[in-house]
Structures are given as structure tokens and as C-alpha cells.
Design a protein around this ligand. Structure first.
Ligand code: PRX
Length: 635
């Protein structure tokens, strides 16, 4: 029997045990059975976390695009690979079949080659969520160029830093992008960035918004005429298993962004295997992940994982609030989406708008719901479960990271009983460990600690581009012989994991460790509260005290809500204990967020500590304007 698709809990435990006892045999079987190899491996795994060095499927040769496209052509050539839903509901959706994707990727690959791009060169992709984004990613992979996608919401400074860090030779962009009712001048941002990027030799420009832009002679080229000229056959570059596939930047707690390097074979095997199991994917499904391809979620679970399975993957250009807050649900109904994967921040934003928008649409096609990116609070979990899944679609709360490449801790729908706010069980092959502050592993259940992984998995990042030492220090130095995730987690009485948040968000108050996420959960239970963030600030007696930033569903004129403050502290006292009560509560119109929706606690911490002299670069925030308001009204 194939171990590719897990069907019930007993089978999960059985397969899990095998994957731990005999990891090499296990992953070899998965790799043997389901992929197209030009040459099989000589050795499944070699590893040494002290260097650190990890190699999977060494000696194997392949091209990931042959696995994501070519091998589907005989059986699924006319099946939709990418279902593009544009920003405006008035623009028709585009169904790109596997046959068409093959041609588009090959043409694009030939254009890259004609521009002098070859195996190992870095290509920066700065595009909105249009088909060219997926196509250009795959075109790079086709010829062995290393793509570095930068989310097209980053500023020109952030873009330039990333281009230069990995010496990209080329940038692929568009004239502009649509975002709800707005349009953004992407090419202008690229032009600004390139003033500081002498290594970039050419810029390919896709036409999206038909705006007037300036083209630099000899450097900038409209994409379409080049594609029109190019042949739609391009032989795939034969890659070694450990050849880099892409670089993706993630912000570190300090310093410049880290260019996480992912390699080819292990990444492919793991993202394909997780996709199939975590979403219980079936051939006829219409799968939709609302992330941007500019993030790891989009790389692994819009592009590579789904396409390696021959799936139909929806790619949505727009935002959940345009033209109104019913847009997600309209798309679900329109395309009969079967798996819907989004972020808690989106769920909370939608929940705030009430269920009116949902009720207009038929969501009965949905079988599985997913969340990713941050801990999901209980209220949002139930809202999602009650109103979107109608209690029939299991929620997979998937914990993972840019660094892990694929989903690490997650329920398997219809297999693992879910529990609100719990990511539940390690995925097949994943060996988590909880560590105490003395570097000892905490065994047993009903414990909490720092989350590490003690054995390699195929899709782990292999290094930080240009800085292996930083890779070692960040991830492999905190604990001997273990990958340190930077997250805290608890393990309940049955062995389910709940991610409590970044360890750097843990605040020690009077000697007690307090996770911010459970306190925020408690606050968010208050019916008047929309969202909240807790940070620590120095306190004479307690060491640290808690400062809460709270946004209300209805903000109103006054910021003096004495009763509300008392009620919030009462809720915290009830759910966690008086130790977790907040010393200060500031009501704010919004919380500063990164483009991926993460609350920028660093800024909030500084404001709470009355240290606003150096807040760092706030220009890449989603909502930079809220920062000044918070400073002006700080307590
Ligand atoms: O703190 C964890 C949180 O997001 C971090 C990784 O962020 P990033 O590299 O941007 O990748 C996000 C998409 C995979 C983790 O260290 N995180 C991610 N998923 C969850 C989560 N926290 C709680 N529950 C999750 N499901």
C-alpha cells in the first residue's frame, strides 16, 4: 500500500513511527514512488548539525519543473494548473492548463536564456500575484537559475538590500499592480531600487496596469514581445539534488534579512508529500491558498507543492476587502473551492465584519480549511469553524517557517481530531523536542518549552545565502545538535503541540514566564475587542510589566475606557491568573503590521519602553501611519 496518502489516525501513527525509526527508508519510498528522476540518488541522507550540513538524495538528478509540469501532460494536459482570479471581479478568471503552463514556462525560460541567464545565476522576481509570477518562478527553475522572489509590497530600499545581498543579475517586474481600488507603481519602485544595484544587467517588465512608465534603454525590456518570439520548447536543466532552487528572505530578530537557501530534491519531495496529506488533496479538487507567492507559503503551497501533485491551484491577485468583505466567499462559490488556506489575521479581519458577507454565498464545496503564519486565537478559530466550515470542514492549523520549507506540525484532516489553537501533531518524519533554558530536553506531556527539531527533514533550508556562520549561530547554536525554531510551544496531555509564539515575545513578569499569545487570546474574547498585542516594559519591582495595545471593533471618540480596562483585566485574571494582568492598556486605532500581517512587536515594545528615538525602518509596514498615533497617545 502506498504511504503517500494517510487515511486514518492509526495509519498516521504507524507511518509516523516508521518515518522516525527508518527515516531513510521512509523518504526513499516516497521519493521512489512519486517523482520523475533523471538519475536516482546514491545516498538518501547525510547530516551533521554541528557544521551544519544536510544533504538529501545526494547523487540524484532531476528538474523540479519536469515534476511539476511535464509529467502531467499525458494524463492532465487539459486540466487547469493555475486558476487566476484577478483583482477586479469584473475581469474574467483565467484557466491556465498544464499544456499551456508548459508552453508559457518554456517560452519564459528561453527568454531568460536569451538574456544571458544561466544555471546558478540569481534572478530577483518582484511581481504582483499575476500568472507571470508563478511562470517566472518555474522558468528560473527550468534553467537552474536561482529565483529570489521579493514580495511586491516591499519598499525600494528593502528591494535593493535583497537584490544586492544575493547579487541578482536580473529583475522581473511589471509596470504596476492592482491592490483593491488602488494601483501601485511597481516599476517606479524598481527604478529607485536599481539606483543602488549595479549588478543588475536587465529588467523584464510585464504589462499589467498599462500605466506610463519609463524604460531604461538597454536595460529594460517589455516581456511580451520577447515571449512572442521565443520557442515554447526549452530543455530542462539537469540539476543535482542539492543544487539551490531558490532564495527567500526572512527578517531576523536583528540585522539584515536572511536569505534562506532551499535546494531542489528534498524541497520537492517534502512539499509535494505534505501538500497531498495536509490538504487531503484529491484529483478533482480546487485548492486555494490566499498567501502571496512572495512568501514561503506561496512558494510551497501555491506553486511547487500543488503543481507537483497535478493540482489546480487558485492564484488571487486582490485583497479580501475589495470590492467588499465578501470577496473571498464569492471566489469560493464561483470556483467551488475545496481547500481554503489563509492566515489568522485575515480571519480576524473578516470576522470583524460579521457574517453578513458570508451568508450571501454557497460555501458547501469547502472540505478543508487551513491557517498559517501565527498562532490562531480561540475566537477566530471558532468563527472560522462555525461560519466558513460550518463545523464540517476540519481546520488544519499548520505550523512551519520560511526556514522549514514545508509544514511541520499540523493536523491531517479527517485523520487527526482537531483542537482549537493547537497545531496538534508533528507531520510524518518530523521530530520535535521541547527544551528548557538549561539546554535539556523536556520529556513527557503537559509541558512547555522552546521548540526544536532534532532530526533533519527533506525541505529544511540548507544555509543563509552568503553567511553560513549566521545560519549556524541562529539555528544550531542555542541547543546542541538541534535546529532551534525560535518559537515556544506546549505539549498537552495527549501530545498535541500548541505554538505559543516567538520566544522573543515571551515576557517574564515577577519571575513567571508569560506567553503573549494566551493573554491576547483572553483579551480578544472580549466582545468589544478586535485585536490586541502585548509587550513587556521595564518595571521596578516585577522586572517586566505588561503593556497591552488593544484595538476595538468600534473605536469611538474617547480613549478613556476605565470599565473596559477593568473587564479586560478581569478576563485575563479568569483565564490565566492575576499575574498576567496588564499594567497599562492603550486603545489604538490599529496595530503596526508587516505586509504579511504580522504585528511589529519590536515597535510596540519600544514605544511601551518610552524609547521612540530609533524605531527603525517603518516604511515597509502595511500601515505606517498608526505608529505616530500610538506614540502620541502612549501611556
Ligand atoms: O512563530 C511562528 C509563526 O510564524 C513563524 C514563521 O514565520 P514565517 O517564516 O514568516 O513563515 C510563515 C509561514 C509558514 C513561526 O516561527 N507561525 C507560523 N505558523 C504558525 C505560527 N505560529 C503559530 N501557529 C502556526 N500555525
Amino acid at each position: 500500500m502506498s504511504n503517500y496518502h494517510i487515511k486514518h489516525l492509526e495509519e498516521y501513527y504507524q507511518v509516523y513511527r516508521k518515518s522516525i525509526r527508518e527515516p531513510e527508508n521512509f523518504w526513499e519510498e516516497v521519493a521512489e514512488e512519486h517523482f520523475m528522476w533523471r538519475k536516482k540518488w546514491d545516498k538518501v541522507l547525510s547530516w551533521d548539525f554541528s557544521k551544519p550540513e544536510v544533504k538529501w538524495f545526494e547523487g540524484a538528478q532531476l528538474n523540479i519543473t519536469e515534476n511539476c509540469i511535464d509529467r502531467h501532460l499525458t494524463t492532465r494536459g487539459d486540466k487547469t494548473a493555475i486558476l487566476f482570479e484577478p483583482n477586479s471581479p469584473d475581469e474574467p478568471a483565467e484557466h491556465i492548463t498544464y499544456n499551456q503552463l508548459y508552453k508559457r514556462v518554456n517560452k519564459f525560460a528561453n527568454v531568460l536564456k536569451a538574456q544571458g541567464i544561466k544555471k546558478g545565476d540569481r534572478v530577483c522576481i518582484y511581481l504582483p500575484m499575476i500568472p507571470e509570477l508563478a511562470v517566472s518562478v518555474l522558468a528560473c527553475a527550468r534553467i537552474g537559475a536561482i529565483h529570489s522572489v521579493v514580495f511586491a509590497g516591499f519598499s525600494s530600499t528593502a528591494l535593493a538590500t535583497r537584490i544586492n545581498d544575493s547579487d541578482c543579475k536580473m529583475v522581473i517586474t511589471s509596470d504596476g499592480s492592482y491592490r483593491g481600488a488602488k494601483s501601485i507603481d511597481l516599476k517606479g519602485i524598481v527604478d529607485d531600487a536599481l539606483e543602488d544595484c549595479p549588478g543588475v544587467k536587465s529588467v523584464l517588465v510585464a504589462k499589467r496596469i498599462h500605466s506610463e512608465i519609463s524604460m531604461t534603454e538597454g536595460r529594460d525590456f517589455w516581456l511580451q514581445p520577447l515571449l512572442d518570439e521565443a520557442s515554447d520548447e526549452c530543455q530542462a536543466e539537469i540539476m543535482d539534488a542539492e543544487d539551490p532552487l531558490f532564495i527567500l528572505y526572512t527578517s531576523g530578530s536583528t540585522g539584515k534579512p536572511k536569505g534562506m537557501v532551499h535546494t531542489t530534491a528534498g524541497y520537492m519531495v517534502y512539499t509535494a508529500y505534505t501538500f497531498k496529506n495536509v490538504f487531503q488533496y484529491r484529483e478533482e479538487d480546487i485548492y486555494w491558498c490566499t498567501a502571496d507567492v512572495g512568501w514561503i507559503t506561496g512558494h510551497s503551497y501555491i506553486v511547487y507543492g500543488p503543481l507537483a501533485n497535478g493540482a489546480t491551484s487558485v492564484m488571487f491577485e486582490g485583497v479580501p476587502s475589495y470590492p467588499d468583505f465578501g470577496r473571498f466567499w464569492e471566489i469560493v462559490e464561483k470556483h467551488k473551492v475545496t481547500q481554503f488556506y489563509t492566515a489568522p489575521t485575515a480571519i480576524r479581519a473578516l470576522a470583524k465584519e460579521g457574517v453578513g458577507h458570508l451568508e450571501k454565498f454557497d460555501l458547501s464545496s469547502v472540505k478543508v480549511l487551513g491557517t498559517v503564519g501565527e498562532p490562531i486565537n480561540e475566537e477566530a478559530w471558532h468563527w472560522y469553524d462555525d461560519n466558513v466550515g460550518k463545523k464540517k470542514a476540519p481546520i488544519v492549523d499548520t505550523w512551519w517557517q520560511t526556514e522549514t520549507g514545508g509544514i511541520m506540525i499540523t493536523p491531517i484532516p479527517f485523520v487527526t481530531p482537531t483542537k482549537p489553537t493547537y497545531a496538534t501533531l508533528p507531520f510524518i518524519g518530523i521530530q520535535p523536542a521541547l527544551m528548557d533554558e538549561n539546554g535539556q530536553e523536556i520529556k513527557g506531556n503537559q509541558v512547555d518549552g522552546r521548540l526544536c527539531i532534532k532530526f533533519p527533514w527533506p525541505s529544511m533550508a540548507r544555509t543563509i545565502w552568503g553567511n553560513h556562520q549566521r545560519y549556524k549561530e541562529t539555528y544550531f547554536s542555542a541547543y546542541d545538535n538541534k535546529y532551534f525554531t525560535g518559537d515556544g510551544a506546549l505539549r498537552d496531555e495527549v501530545g498535541y503541540y500548541r505554538i505559543t509564539g516567538r520566544v522573543d515575545d515571551v515576557i517574564i513578569v515577577s519571575g513567571h514566564n508569560l506567553g503573549t499569545a494566551p493573554i491576547e487570546d483572553a483579551i480578544n474574547e472580549h466582545p468589544a475587542v478586535s485585536e490586541s498585542a502585548i509587550v513587556g516594559f521595564p518595571h521596578d519591582i516585577k522586572g517586566n510589566a505588561l503593556y497591552g495595545y488593544v484595538t476595538l471593533k468600534e473605536f469611538g471618540e474617547t480613549r478613556d475606557h476605565t470599565n473596559l480596562r477593568n473587564e479586560i483585566n478581569q478576563l485575563i485574571t479568569e483565564q490565566i491568573g492575576p499575574i498576567a494582568k496588564l499594567d497599562k492598556i492603550q486603545f489604538t486605532a490599529g496595530l503596526p503590521k508587516t505586509r504579511s500581517g504580522k504585528i511589529m512587536r519590536r515597535i510596540l515594545r519600544k514605544i511601551a519602553s518610552k524609547d521612540t528615538s530609533n524605531l527603525g525602518d517603518t516604511s515597509t509596514l502595511l500601515n505606517p501611519e498608526v505608529v505616530q498615533d500610538i506614540i502620541d497617545n502612549a501611556l
